[in-house]
Ligand binder design. Structure first.
Ligand SMILES: Cc1cc2nc3c(=O)[nH]c(=O)nc-3n(C[C@H](O)[C@H](O)[C@H](O)COP(=O)(O)O)c2cc1C
Length: 180
């Protein structure tokens, strides 16, 4: 089983840290799970311009292929202007409509405040569902005050939430795979 974590951010590190923690927690649940962290700052993903995927650069292909070949996914975004990041939305715009079919697709968001805690539910989930992803009932929303100055998570409740979230992701994907 391959779990891909996407850090949908080109700026800070908190989203990357949380997605990485989810991958590590999932591996602790099942050591046979292969994990990969795709951090968008490592790729020159081109803006969607209406061309077929074949016309975009290798990095764009690479990111799309890593997503479509995963068995399950964790999609991470910082909250920007009461929404998901533009970098993440651009990647999602590249995906074919059944890109996430049969894949459990968990949501992780980092934010400066609690004001936008429904953004993943109301803005990211509809996109993932449109792409036929199976979105778990729980997601992880983490505020900046859960991190210290070097972006380590210092809030134990948050670490517990990440652990439970990873357990749910893995068990949901296994139950789906067993029914296939
Ligand atoms: C351009 C920009 C817009 C932001 N907009 C919001 C916002 O609307 N609501 C919020 O709670 N936090 C907002 N933030 C704070 C970030 O979501 C928060 O600091 C997040 O943890 C950053 O994640 P990162 O370290 O992965 O970049 C914004 C930050 C930036 C840079």
């Amino acid at each position: 089983m391959k779990l891909v974590g996407l850090s949908g951010n080109l700026a800070g590190w908190k989203t990357n840290v949380v997605v990485h923690k989810v991958l590590t927690a999932a591996k602790a649940v099942d050591k046979d799970i292969k994990t990969e962290l795709v951090d968008l700052r490592d790729y020159e993903v081109e803006f969607v311009n209406g061309s077929p995927l074949a016309y975009y650069n290798d990095d764009t292909w690479d990111v799309v292929n890593k997503i479509t070949s995963a068995d399950l996914l964790v999609i991470g975004t910082p909250i920007y202007q009461a929404s998901i990041s533009g970098a993440l939305k651009n990647v999602l715009d590249h995906l074919p409509v059944d890109a996430l079919k049969g894949k459990v697709t968990g949501m992780v968001a980092t934010a400066g405040s609690h004001n936008h805690f429904l953004v993943p539910e109301y803005q990211l989930k509809p996109i993932l569902s449109y792409l036929k992803g199976i979105v778990p009932a729980t997601s992880v929303y983490i505020q900046d005050d859960a991190f210290d100055d070097v972006n380590e998570i210092v809030d134990e409740n948050v670490s517990e939430r990440i652990q439970k979230f990873a357990e749910e992701l893995v068990s949901l994907q296994k139950s789906i795979s067993e029914k296939k």
